[in-house]
Design a protein around this ligand. Structure first.
Ligand code: SF4
Length: 388
C-alpha cells in the first residue's frame, strides 16, 4: 500500500501485526506494553479531526488503555537516554581527535533512522565506523523494558509483549534485526505504524476526539524537550548538541534553540562556536538524494563535519511513510514540526541530561554513559550487507 511505496529505501514489506496485537491484548498471560515515537502524537490526531501538530499523546494513552494495553510508555523517554549515550560518544571522539588521536573517526552520524543505517551498510561498507553505536530510542526503550523494568516487576522477558508505535515501516525491519533479540525473543515484539493504529482505533470504535485524556505511565514516560524534537529533521543533532556542549566545556550553555540547525533545506551545514579553540561543524540532511550527496562529499574529503544527522524521510519522522497521508503536504509537515517545537518550548526541562528518571537509571543500573554496562545494553554494531 501507500506505506511501502513511501518508504524511501523501498526495503520493507514486513506485515501488519494488528491482528496479532488484538489477540495478545486478550491473552491473559501476556503483559502488553507500548511505546510511541515522538512524532506520532502530532500526526495521529489528523485522522480524528484534529489539526496537524496538535499533541494528542494523552488521548493515545487513553485509547491504548481502552484497547487493553497494560502499560503505555513513551519512546521519547528513551530518546533522552539515546542522547546521553550519543552526546558522550561525540564528546569522547572530539576530545580524542583534538588531542591528536588519528584513529578517531569523524563525523559521528546519528543512528536512529534504520532506513539510513541499512543504506550505509549496503552502500558505504568503508564508513561503518561513522554511525554512532548507540541503539535507536525504540531499541533502547525495548532493551531497558525487557532487561531492567521486567526484573523490577518480577517478570520474565518472555512474559512481556513489547509493541512499538512508529512512523514508518523501516522500524519493522529494525525490530527484526537478530542482534536485537535473545533466544529468538525480540526486544520489540512487533511494530505498528501510526496508520495501522488509526485503523485499529477506528475498527474498535475508539474516537480520539471524544476520549478523555489519560496520563502516560511512569517512569518510562517522562521526557524532556530534547527527546521530543527527535521527530523532526535536525532535532536529534540539536538535542545532542544541547548535552554535548556541557560535556565539552563543563559549563551550562544558555542557548537551547539552535536556529542554524533548523529549517527545510535538504542539506544544511552549520557552525556552532564552542569556545575560542573549537567551532563545531554540523551537517543535517533529510531525504534520500540529499543525504547521499552529503555522504559522498564526506567520503571524498570535500566536506568535513564533526557530526551529522541523516533522516531518510523529508522532514524527518513527521514525514514517515507510516504517517497519515496529507493533502497539503508541505503545510502539514510544517504544522507537525511546529507542534513538536511547541512541546519542546512548553517544557521546563529541555536537555536530556536533566531528565530525572534517566539519572535514576544510571544510578541504579548503568553507572554512567558509555560505561561497560551501558555498552552491553544500549549499544549495537553494524554489518556490511549485500545490495538487493
Ligand atoms: Fe523511519 Fe523516515 Fe523516521 Fe527514518 S526518517 S526512522 S525512515 S520515519
Amino acid at each position: 500500500g501507500a506505506c511501502v511505496t513511501a518508504c524511501p529505501v523501498n526495503a520493507i514489506t514486513y506485515g501488519d501485526n494488528s491482528l496479532l496485537f488484538l489477540r495478545d491484548l486478550v491473552t491473559p498471560s501476556k503483559v502488553v506494553i507500548t511505546q510511541m515515537a515522538p512524532s506520532v502524537r502530532v500526526t495521529i490526531g489528523e485522522a480524528f479531526g484534529f489539526e496537524a501538530g496538535v499533541n494528542v499523546e494523552k488521548k493515545i494513552a487513553a485509547g491504548l488503555r481502552a484497547l487493553g494495553v497494560d502499560y503505555v510508555f513513551d519512546t521519547t523517554w528513551a530518546a533522552d537516554l539515546t542522547i546521553m549515550e550519543e552526546a558522550a560518544e561525540l564528546t569522547d571522539r572530539l576530545k580524542r581527535y583534538l588531542a591528536g588521536d588519528e584513529t578517531v573517526k569523524l563525523p559521528i552520524l546519528t543512528s536512529c533512522c534504520p532506513a539510513w543505517v541499512k543504506f550505509i551498510e549496503q552502500n558505504y561498507a568503508d564508513m561503518l565506523d561513522v554511525p554512532s553505536s548507540s541503539k535507536s530510542p525504540m531499541q533502547m526503550f525495548a532493551s531497558v523494558a525487557k532487561d531492567l523494568w521486567s526484573r523490577e516487576h518480577n517478570l520474565d522477558r518472555t512474559d512481556i509483549t513489547s509493541v512499538a508505535i512508529m512512523p514508518c515501516i523501516a522500524k519493522k525491519y529494525e525490530a527484526a534485526r537478530p542482534e536485537f533479540s535473545r533466544d529468538l525473543n525480540y526486544d520489540v515484539d512487533y511494530v505498528l505504524t501510526t496508520n495501522e493504529l488509526i485503523k485499529i482505533f477506528k475498527d474498535t470504535g475508539i474516537d480520539l476526539k471524544e476520549i478523555e485524556d489519560e496520563e502516560i505511565d511512569q517512569v518510562m514516560g517522562e521526557y524532556t524537550g530534547a527527546g521530543i524534537i527527535f521527530g523532526r529533521t535536525g532535532g536529534v543533532i540539536e538535542a545532542a548538541t544541547r548535552t554535548a556542549l556541557e560535556g565539552l566545556t563543563g559549563k551550562k550553555f544558555d542557548t537551547i534553540e539552535f536556529e542554524c540547525l533548523r529549517g527545510w533545506d535538504g542539506f544544511r551545514c552549520s557552525e556552532i562556536k564552542v569556545d575560542d579553540d573549537l567551532t563545531l561543524r554540523i551537517g543535517v540532511a533529510h531525504g534520500l538524494k540529499e543525504a547521499k550527496k552529503m555522504l559522498d562529499k564526506i567520503r571524498s574529503g570535500e566536506e568535513f563535519f564533526h557530526a551529522i544527522e541523516i533522516m531518510a524521510c523529508t522532514g524527518g519522522c513527521i514525514g514517515g511513510g507510516g504517517q497519515p497521508k496529507a493533502k497539503k503536504r508541505a503545510e502539514t509537515l510544517e504544522k507537525r514540526m511546529e507542534g513538536l517545537n511547541n512541546i519542546d518550548r512548553s517544557l521546563t526541562l529541555r536537555r536530556s541530561n536533566e531528565n530525572p528518571t534517566i539519572q535514576v537509571i544510571y544510578d541504579k543500573y548503568l553507572d554512567y554513559p558509555l560505561s561497560h554496562k551501558a555498552h552491553e545494553l544500549l549499544h549495537t554494531q553494524y554489518f556490511v550487507r549485500p545490495k538487493k
